[in-house]
Write a protein that binds this ligand. Structure first.
Ligand code: 5GP
Ligand code: MG
Length: 470
């Protein structure tokens, strides 16, 4: 005799808990949960998780669903079933009439009649949802719901544990990833190592991606779908699909043909076959171009992305604009590292201002500083804001402050983008600080290492052994 529904559910919950306690990977645990649900309901099940932007949902572990359905396209989280955003399960009894369905045609083609969606959440954290796809108009019961909710809790537990583990051993990730980067991105199983490498690079530069979200049938209406094409990546910010190419010429020819076909059939789709040159260009778009082209050392870690810098500089400018209301400050920069910071800062300051700059040089072990290009603006009675790229030992700043004070300004404050307190030798007062940096040499956004890296739009730690001499 068949087990009662309750017995089936109970058994599945027990097995899910066992899987949770096992040493399996997160992907394996989610696969198990999807499989147990699929077996208990005897139907297709998928676990969809948010990507790092939370704008898209990605089929991460699925059972008994056709690949063309799983790769039907990018799932827009906002337009998707409300359950993934909220706390409550959502049930769509009739797919053919419900307005909440994003890919109705696909769903109908796959014979899906009803969909149950249950959010995967834990406290404040929302991870995604479980979707159960029924092939008949399904009569949902309360025990169906509590069973699915229970497995969703277990999936959330698995996600939460993995996130905590990853934080603990963050140091050993292959590249030091931006904390904002998706937890889900790390549980993708890539077909080739080059794809994993490419994903790591995208992560490194904070570029969001989705792996193989869509399969394109390469046939006309009446033909059978004998040929398919599944591009490797989709980059939401560029609305671009990317197919990586290996160096083997015969593979490239085949791919080129498929790509031409795809472009004919789907003219609205942007897709790029990525050769080495394209790859460099893509990185350049995200500011890593100077790295691709230069013979300089590579970058170990991006400390502050261009957008983080932009945000912080805006805040500083807003504070300064408020503090200097009804005055006309004179911004003084010290060549040459201040350039990017000054250019961005002054454009965000909303009050009138003046600008001047100085150049200095160092003697001996850099304990002595002297001015090699002086300010041309008279300083008496002025409100000076000294703009620095980075305060390290404080020797430079200390010298500059004394030098400028001697010219009788009515006030003098210091605005530095970066502050490295760990190496401070001279105590100097900083009025406006962008970011604190660790005890490591940094480059980018105006800062150089032997005149390299100045034009990186982000701030990063280069792969060098020790602090260079100034
Ligand atoms: P300090 O006199 O405070 O030791 O050093 C200040 C100056 O040294 C900065 O204005 C900057 O020109 C240079 N400097 C200090 N730390 C760094 C760093 O991490 N990277 C780069 N590129 N320059 C630095
Ligand atoms: Mg400097």
């Amino acid at each position: 005799m068949a087990l009662s529904k309750e017995r089936v559910y109970y058994k599945a919950v027990r097995q899910a808990i066992t899987a949770l306690g096992s040493g399996e990977s997160l992907k394996e645990k989610l696969d198990t949960i999807a499989r147990l649900l699929s077996r208990s309901f005897d139907t297709g099940v998928s676990i969809v998780l948010f990507d790092s932007t939370r704008k898209h949902l990605i089929h991460t572990a699925s059972w008994k669903l056709p690949p063309y359905y799983l790769r039907k396209g990018i799932i827009d989280a906002e337009k998707s079933l409300a359950e993934s955003a909220g706390e409550k399960p959502v049930f769509i009894e009739d797919v053919s009439t419900d307005p909440r369905i994003q890919y109705r045609e696909m769903a109908e083609k796959a014979g899906i009649k009803s969909i149950l969606g249950v959010p995967i959440t834990s406290g404040e954290e929302g991870y995604g949802a479980i979707r159960v796809y029924f092939k008949e108009v399904y009569r949902l019961t309360n025990s169906d719901i509590s069973f699915t909710v229970t497995l969703a809790h277990l999936a959330a537990l698995a996600m939460g544990n993995t996130a905590a583990e990853q934080e603990n051993k963050a140091g050993i990730l292959p590249l030091n990833m931006d904390p904002g980067i998706s937890k889900t991105s790390r549980i993708v199983h890539f077909a080739h190592e080059s794809e994993a490498e490419f994903a790591r690079i995208l992560d490194f530069y904070g570029i969001n991606w989705i792996y193989e979200p869509r399969t394109f049938p390469l046939v006309n209406e009446k033909e059978r779908a004998s040929e398919m094409f599944t591009p490797d990546f989709y980059i939401p910010s560029l609305d671009l699909y990317i197919e990586l190419t290996t160096m083997k010429q015969n593979l490239v020819t085949g791919k080129n043909r498929k790509l031409r076909r795809l472009k004919e059939l789907y003219p609205e789709i942007k897709i790029s076959l990525l050769y080495k040159n394209d790859y460099d260009r893509l990185l350049a778009k995200y500011g890593a171009g100077p790295l691709a082209q230069s013979r300089a050392h590579s970058i170990r870690k991006v400390l502050f992305s261009a957008s983080e810098i932009d945000k912080r500089v805006r805040q500083l400018a807003e504070t300064i604009s408020g503090d200097y209301r009804n005055r006309r400050p004179l911004l003084v920069g010290v060549q040459r590292g201040f350039l990017c910071f000054m250019a961005d800062l002054m454009r965000q300051i909303t009050i009138p201002l003046d600008l001047d700059f100085m150049a200095i040089s160092y003697y001996g072990q850099k304990d002595e500083v002297s001015v090699t290009r002086d300010i041309e603006t008279p300083l008496t009675g002025r409100d000076i804001i000294l703009v620095e790229d980075i305060v390290d030992t404080g020797i430079t700043l200390d010298y500059m402050i004394k030098y400028l004070q001697a010219k009788n300004p009515s006030s003098l404050t210091v605005c530095t983008l970066l502050d490295r307190r760990a190496r401070r030798l001279v105590n100097v007062k900083l009025d406006y600080v962008g970011f604190e940096v660790p005890d490591e040499f940094v480059v980018g956004y105006g800062l150089d290492y032997h005149e390299e890296y100045r034009n990186l739009p982000f701030i990063a730690i280069p792969e060098i052994k020790e602090f260079p001499q100034k």
